[in-house]
Design a protein around this ligand. Structure first.
Ligand code: F6R
Length: 271
C-alpha cells in the first residue's frame, strides 16, 4: 500500500488526477473503474483539465462505475448515471457506448449484477480502479461485514450510509435502500487502485483501512491485500494515522508518486 499524505486537499486532488492522466496517456484504451460521491467531484474537474493541457483524448477509454442505486432510472437526478453524465461523460470526448454503470432500474437487479460482472471480465478487467471511502469504511457500496471476496451483487445500505446520502435527495423523497455494487473481490482484481480521501470525517475510516486489522468490519482494509493500491490523503484524512511520519518519509512532499502498475511505463516509474 502506497500512502501519499499531501500538503492540502488541492494537492491531493491534483496527485490523483495526475495518476489518472498518466494512465490515460500510457494506455488510451484503458479500462477505468470509476466512483461517485462528493470527494470525486473536484477530481473529475481536475482530471479533465489536466488531460486537456496535454491534449489527451478520452475517446478510446472504457469505464465501469462501482455502483448504482436500485430503483433509480438513469435520468433520476440522484442516480449515478446522471452524476457521471454531468461531471465527466458530457464534458469529454468519450464514446457513450464505452461507459458502463449497473442499471438500477433493471427488472431483476440480481441478474443485472451478474451481467455487469461478466461485462467487466469481457472487457479484459479493470486497469485502474478509482475509489472513495465511506465514513463506515465502505468501498463501492460494500458495507461493513461484506465478504472480502464478494462479487458484483445487490447490497442493503446501512443506516449510516442512508443518512449520509439523504442530504442529496429532495425532502420527502425516500433514498433507495439497496444498490448494485461491484464486490470487494471484483475491486481487488483491478490491476491498480487509487483511493482518494479528504476531510476529517474520513480520518477514522482511513486509519482503520491502513492500520486496522484486515477485516470485513472495515471493507476498505481489503486494499491491504492489493499489490498496487495507492491511497491519497489530505492532512485531515490522515490525521489519525499512527505511522504518518513514516509515510511522509517514504513519500515526501514534492516527490512524484508512481503507480506500481503494469500499465505505467518505465519512463513514468523513473520520474
Ligand atoms: C460511490 C462510492 C462510495 C463513495 C463513498 C464516499 O460510487 O463508491 O463508496 O466513494 O461513499 O462518498 P463521499 O465522497 O460522498 O464521502
Amino acid at each position: 500500500m502506497k500512502v501519499l499524505i499531501c500538503a492540502d486537499t488541492k494537492t491531493a486532488i491534483q496527485r490523483a488526477a495526475g495518476l489518472m492522466t498518466a494512465c490515460l496517456r500510457e494506455k488510451p484504451t484503458a479500462v477505468f473503474g470509476l466512483a461517485t460521491g462528493a470527494t470525486m467531484e473536484p477530481l473529475y474537474s481536475e482530471w479533465i483539465a489536466t488531460a486537456r493541457t496535454e491534449d489527451l483524448s478520452f475517446a478510446h477509454m472504457r469505464t465501469f462505475n462501482l455502483d448504482e442505486y436500485v430503483g433509480l432510472t438513469a435520468t433520476h437526478p440522484q442516480s449515478y448515471h446522471h452524476y457521471m453524465h454531468e461531471l465527466l461523460f458530457s464534458r469529454v470526448d468519450i464514446d457513450p457506448t464505452n461507459t458502463h454503470l449497473p442499471n438500477g432500474a433493471a427488472p431483476d437487479p440480481a441478474t443485472e449484477a451478474e451481467a455487469y460482472e461478466q461485462a467487466i471480465r469481457t472487457a479484459g478487467g479493470i486497469d485502474l480502479q478509482l475509489l472513495g471511502i465511506g465514513h463506515n469504511g465502505h468501498i463501492g457500496f460494500n458495507e461493513p461485514t461484506s465478504s472480502l471476496c464478494s462479487r458484483t451483487r445487490v447490497k442493503t445500505l446501512t443506516q449510516s450510509t442512508l443518512e449520509a446520502n439523504a442530504k442529496h435527495f429532495d425532502p420527502g423523497e425516500t433514498p433507495p435502500r439497496f444498490a448494485i455494487t461491484m464486490g470487494i473481490g471484483t475491486i481487488l482484481e483491478a490491476r491498480a487502485c487509487i483511493l482518494l480521501a479528504t476531510g476529517s470525517a474520513k480520518a477514522d475510516a482511513v486509519m482503520r483501512m491502513i492500520e486496522g486489522p484486515l477485516s470485513a468490519a472495515c471493507p476498505a482494509s481489503a486494499l491491504q491485500l492489493h499489490p498496487a493500491a495507492t491511497i491519497i490523503l489530505d492532512p485531515d484524512a490522515a490525521a489519525r494515522l499512527h505511522l504518518r511520519d513514516y509515510h511522509q518519509l517514504v513519500h515526501p512532499e514534492g516527490r512524484e508518486p508512481v503507480l506500481n502498475s503494469p500499465i505505467c511505463s518505465r519512463r513514468e516509474a523513473a520520474r
